[in-house]
Design a protein around this ligand. Structure first.
Ligand code: KG4
Length: 339
């Protein structure tokens, strides 16, 4: 029997819908929300309003691009959390309406698990390169920095996580003080390409186990700027590429240091990266480098699957469907959770 899943993602500021048939992606439509740019961050109320406007055209377009009729859908999978409550409510309510009207089951998806399972999206039937279990996944985004041990599609254990800021937050906050706009991560990445990663030294945390901390780096960055601006008011303008390159190198070093330790201690050489920050070029380069040095098999998502997208929700829904793992129409979103 053919299994055709519609995935819906609305946890933050991207409205996305995707159709996956028997594990192969037929469509993945993403509508971003430019409305937040003027505010230097996502405004929850505006995000949920934009989801309301986007959800019907985005789902319709995903079904159209997949070349199917909506009556061919086997189930609808939606992001239940974590995320912004008002945003999650839009996708969840839409999924409920669709499930009732088409008389198909609903599947709730944890957004963080979906980021990890993005590695199992096949764009063509012959697409075979996927991590084998158990593997480690470094999940790095605007809200999370975690090392996850993945034993199967459903068994995931967080073995390390940030005790304060996330890696993406560190990029965004440091970018903000340099006047680089929001989200700052991609701008830092671009400017870093022309800078010297050794130009500045920022402090690195000493945290036990496989946990992370990025608030000290943020403070160290801030203090460097404050001190140097006293001597030279044009310091930031003159040193932007070097500041970005040094910041980026420090974040990547912190992330890879704990990941290396975890891989060594657990004897796992299948290592993946996921989440918005996995778009960062220095982090992406660090993976093949570690593959050469430590004999890892590494898995880096395509750019389209690094940020929030519904294909990762649909693939997670597909594996949950095979397990018969459905939810009822009274499922409510949750804003915070760990895997
Ligand atoms: O997973 P994601 O799309 O959603 C949230 O968690 O909100 O991640 C967004 C984060 C932001 O902090 C953004 O600055 C960061 O990912 N990001 C990057 C890059 N592209 C996105 N950080 C560094 N370098 C990039 N190229």
């Amino acid at each position: 029997m053919t299994v055709t899943i519609l995935g819906i993602e609305s946890s933050c500021d991207d409205t996305s819908a995707s159709v996956i048939r028997d594990g192969v992606m037929l469509s993945n439509v993403i509508a971003g929300q430019a409305v937040h740019e003027a505010y230097g961050g996502v405004v929850p109320e505006l995000a949920s309003r934009a989801h309301q406007q986007n959800i019907i055209p985005v789902v319709a377009e995903a079904i159209r691009r997949a070349g199917i009729d909506r009556r061919e859908l086997t189930a609808v999978a939606f992001t239940r959390g974590p995320g912004l409550m008002g945003s999650l409510l839009v996708g969840t309510s839409f999924a409920k309406g669709l499930s009732l009207s088409l008389d198909i089951p609903m599947i709730e998806v944890n957004h963080l698990q979906a980021h990890v399972l993005a590695h199992f999206i096949r764009e063509t039937p012959g697409d075979a390169r996927q991590p084998s279990f158990p593997f480690l996944c470094l999940l790095v985004s605007g809200g999370n920095s975690q090392i996850i041990r993945v034993d199967s599609y459903r068994d995931m254990t967080v073995i390390g996580q940030t005790i304060d800021d996330a890696a993406g937050e560190a990029f965004d906050k440091c970018a903000k003080v340099m006047g680089l706009g929001y989200p700052g991560g991609p701008v830092v990445d671009r400017l870093a390409a022309e800078g010297n990663p050794k130009a500045f030294n920022f402090s690195k945390p000493h945290v036990a186990g496989y946990d992370y901390s990025f608030s000290g780096l943020k403070t160290s960055f801030l203090y460097t700027l404050r001190d140097r601006l006293k001597e030279d008011p044009g310091f930031i303008e003159k040193n932007r590429p070097d500041l970005c390159a040094s910041l980026q190198a420090t974040v990547v070093e912190i992330l890879m240091d704990k990941l290396r330790r975890a891989a060594r201690d657990l004897g796992i050489r299948e290592v993946a990266v996921a989440g918005g920050v996995s778009a960062n070029s220095a982090l992406r380069d660090a993976f093949p480098d570690h593959a050469r040095r430590f004999g890892w098999n590494v898995y880096i998502p395509k750019f389209a699957f690094t940020t929030d997208n519904a294909a990762m929700v649909a693939i997670t829904g597909y594996y949950k469907y095979l397990d018969g793992d459905f939810c009822s129409v009274d499922a409510v979103p949750f804003s915070r959770v760990v895997i």
